[in-house]
Design a protein around this ligand. Structure first.
Ligand SMILES: Nc1ncnc2c1ncn2[C@@H]1O[C@H](COP(=O)(O)OP(=O)(O)O)[C@@H](O)[C@H]1O
Ligand SMILES: [Mg+2]
Length: 405
């Protein structure tokens, strides 16, 4: 994150260096002022504000409250330095709206870590602005992510599999992909698995629909650490699954796993609607083709009518074709909403991934499609992109920012 700009309000010139030095040392640009009014006025020009007020006409809490009370500065994190390690003082700062506090005397590494953590957190909340934010403005981690498209053949399954696989690499064994494309589900094919049991078998077993440990026995593990609940191999058994069973499945799976990625297919019925209504993030792939865009437009009108998915949807432009006729402007105009992410075209990688059963984010990590898919996974899950796969844990204090493990 270095090269971010930081405004330091420091009323005690002797103390300034102690705060500035470690931050400048790792590449931040720090601007220091001793004037609280100046700090309040200029807060919006910086990536982060540090308030260190030892004495003077205005207290640190007042300055913090004033910055936090200015709507235009809501995207700027405020870190307050407590003059003592007194709990009361910390609480006063937090009540004044401080996003974090560091007590004096402080260890420079703690300051660095807290600054970095705040910048990451606020950057993420900016990236996620189109998605629903929790009340405090910080994106909540989303545990049910659905992929749905009103038209087949647009990359819905490819995206679901890659998003799930990216997440599983960061939390092996704790991510489930559930194939609820109950007619023609292809998740198992994309992962080259041939499970004995499918979601249709699970749906007939009421007890396992309710108990996380039993539900797990219906899943198979992909080599990347992803748990998979497959769709039935033929359309018939899927028909018997109702929306109540889907809801129950989602609730129990949510207890059994940290994150649940659902391939909801491309048929709008009471089952897929149940998924879309429950999901905290809905990924809707679109392709630059007028038929698909029209289908999407009707879907959006419908979803708006039933009051579903508006705030949770992320539109992903999947460049499915080698040659394209439509510009982004035309596409956004056709669907009447903004596109938040893009997945590049590739003549061979996607097919190779399916043929080999190894998702691109796992088998072609450094390719442009893998990077775009990783970025998308991070965006919709709320898990930051820099978070290393689970085996790599070198980042000390920041480790706590990630999911457990
Ligand atoms: N960006 C892309 N470039 C090239 N081929 C793609 C791209 N995205 C998807 N595909 C291919 O399109 C086909 C359909 O993808 P799939 O995920 O099965 O779609 P859906 O689930 O929407 O029916 C697959 O063969 C996949 O390899
Ligand atoms: Mg599919």
């Amino acid at each position: 994150m270095p090269s971010s700009t930081i405004l330091l309000l420091e009323t005690n010139p002797d103390a300034a260096t102690a705060v500035e030095r470690p931050l400048v040392g790792i590449g931040y640009q720090v601007t220091t002022t001793a004037d609280p009014n100046d700090a309040v006025r200029r807060a919006g020009e910086f990536a982060l504000v540090i308030v260190d007020v030892g004495s003077g006409p205005r207290s640190g809490e007042d300055v913090c409250r004033e910055i936090r009370g200015t709507a235009a500065f809501s995207a700027v994190p405020v870190l307050c330095m407590c003059q003592t390690d007194d709990v009361e003082e910390r609480v006063r700062y937090l009540e004044a709206g401080a996003d974090d506090v560091v007590a004096k005397p402080f260890d420079p590494r703690e300051l660095e870590a807290r600054v970095e953590a705040l910048l990451v957190r606020f950057q993420r909340s900016r990236d996620l602005a189109p998605l629903a934010l929790a009340e405090d403005g910080v994106p909540a981690r989303r545990s049910i992510i659905a992929c749905f498209s009103p038209k087949g053949g647009v990359g819905t399954t490819m995206i679901a599999v890659n998003v799930a696989s990216w997440l599983a690499a960061r939390a092996p064994g704790r991510v489930l992909i559930a194939d609820l494309d109950l007619q023609f589900g292809q998740v198992a094919t994309h992962l080259n698995l041939k499970p004995q049991l499918t979601v249709a078998d699970l749906a007939r077993d009421e007890q396992s629909l309710r108990e996380p440990d039993l539900l797990r026995t219906y899943t198979v593990k992909h080599e990347g650490g992803l748990a998979v609940l497959a769709a039935p191999g033929t359309p018939e058994p899927g028909r018997l699954i109702g929306p109540d069973q889907v809801n129950l499945l989602l609730s129990t799976a949510r207890t059994a796993f940290d994150t649940l990625v659902v391939d909801a297919g491309s048929e709008l019925d009471d089952r897929s609607l149940a998924v879309v209504a429950r999901a905290e993030a809905v990924v809707i792939p679109i392709v630059p083709e007028i038929g698909a865009l029209k289908a999407l437009h009707s879907l959006l009108e419908y979803l708006t009518e039933v009051g579903s998915a508006e705030s949770t949807a992320t539109f992903v432009l999947n460049h499915l074709f080698a040659r394209e006729m439509l510009s982004m402007k035309q596409i956004e105009a056709a669907i009447g909403t903004q596109v938040t992410a893009e997945i590049p075209y590739d003549p061979g990688l996607y097919l190779k991934a399916i043929n080999e059963g190894v998702p691109i984010v796992q088998g072609a990590v450094n390719s442009a499609p893998a990077r775009a898919l990783g970025k998308l996974a991070s965006l919709v899950s709320g898990i930051r992109e820099g978070a290393a796969p689970a085996s790599d844990d070198r980042r000390g204090l920041l480790g706590g920012l990630r999911r457990r493990g």
